[in-house]
Ligand binder design. Structure first.
Ligand code: FES
Length: 350
């Protein structure tokens, strides 16, 4: 039912000691389906020790490189990331969903813009794709990249970044555990660091757009700092790894104790009852009922579980992925959606 295709792994390259790049073969008849734009991600699915596991990973190639490759960093107790780093082999087949995501700049060859990009650790993945696409498409635009890592040896894509020779790109490496001469480049990217960088003239407060990818604390600090400088929200784009969950989750009060849910997916309709006390979201309840619904992060961060409300009302506990326009158009992240009406009809097809 899900939109997965079986794709063969044709490239596996260790990028650092704990991260690997996976390249997929795209059969000729699937080229259109797997076309992507800079900054997007794909969802991978496989069975590990008898359990079905699916995760979203950002594409690090730019569209003009014509290769579908993602980076997987091994995380502690990460089932998929450990498998990808230690067991996956060239020739293996994974289930792959077509590229998705709104973490995308609007590029045009006639633009002459300045972009500020922030990345921490493996957050460089979509940022690297965006960076290469800007340099390729907008030859008159300039970029500042602020890239935070623990140490020099943990820098992902260090060689690839060094090999880009463009006067339009300035890379500012920051480290948390590396001794550096300039104290400005030591330590996390937080509000005080951003203030220092701006005061030193390194952080441009008149950029056309700001893109950041990394942990929640960094993203929230960047967003608050830029907002305090009266930078329009529409210029600020971000992608989170995961959410801590607690701070930004909306407590949803609903008068109903249950709701009759109808899900449309791939032109089929499925009905089930959502009991307010028993499930986290309509996605969880649907999966519990045996439906094969699309998801990746289950944290409101990607938008793999996006669907449209066709009838009834609902609220999301958290939303880091949908734009205001999508929300106004009735889209929801089903992994965060709780019904607030006795009947709720939702379509994954619209
Ligand atoms: S599964 Fe990622 S936002 Fe719902």
């Amino acid at each position: 039912m899900n939109n997965f295709s079986s794709l063969k792994v044709v490239g596996l390259n260790k990028v650092t000691s704990d991260s690997v790049s996976i390249t997929f073969e795209i059969p000729a008849e699937r080229t259109n389906e797997f076309k992507f734009v800079e900054g997007q991600y794909i969802t991978l699915k496989t069975s590990i020790k008898g359990e079905s596991v699916q995760r979203a990973y950002s594409i690090w190639k730019a569209p003009h490189e014509k290769e579908l490759a993602v980076l997987v960093k091994k995380v502690e107790n990460g089932v998929f990331s450990t498998y990808a780093n230690e067991s996956l082999k060239v020739g293996d087949v994974l289930e792959v969903m077509p590229p998705q995501g709104n973490f995308v700049p609007k590029l045009n060859s006639s633009n002459k813009n300045h972009y500020t990009l922030f990345a921490a650790g493996s957050g460089i993945t979509p940022i690297f794709s965006i960076l290469k696409a800007i340099l390729r498409t907008e030859e008159n635009s300039t970029i500042d990249l602020f890239y935070l890592n623990k140490t020099k040896s943990s820098v992902i894509f260090s060689d690839e970044l060094n090999n880009i020779s463009s006067e339009n790109l300035k890379i500012h490496y920051l480290y948390t555990r590396e001794e550096v001469e300039d104290s400005l480049l030591k330590g996390r990217i937080n509000k005080s660091k951003l203030t220092d960088l701006a005061e030193a003239g390194l952080l441009n407060l008149e950029s056309y757009q700001y893109f950041s990818c990394g942990p929640e604390a960094m993203i929230l600090d960047i967003n608050e700092f830029l907002a305090s400088k009266r930078i329009e929200e529409s210029k600020i784009k971000f992608e989170l790894f995961t959410t801590s969950g607690s701070d930004n989750v909306e407590e949803i009060q609903t008068e109903i104790s249950e709701s009759a849910i109808t899900i449309t997916i791939d032109d089929d309709e499925f009905d089930y009852v959502y009991k307010v006390d028993s499930a986290e979201s309509i996605l969880d309840e649907g999966i519990e009922q045996g439906l094969d619904l699309p998801y990746s992060c289950k944290g409101g961060v990607c938008c793999t579980c996006r669907a449209k409300i066709m009838e009834g009302t609902a609220k999301m506990k958290i939303n880091y992925a949908l734009t205001d326009q999508e929300v106004a158009d009735g889209y929801v992240l089903t992994c965060q959606t709780v019904p607030t009406s006795p009947v709720l009809k939702v379509s994954f097809d619209d």
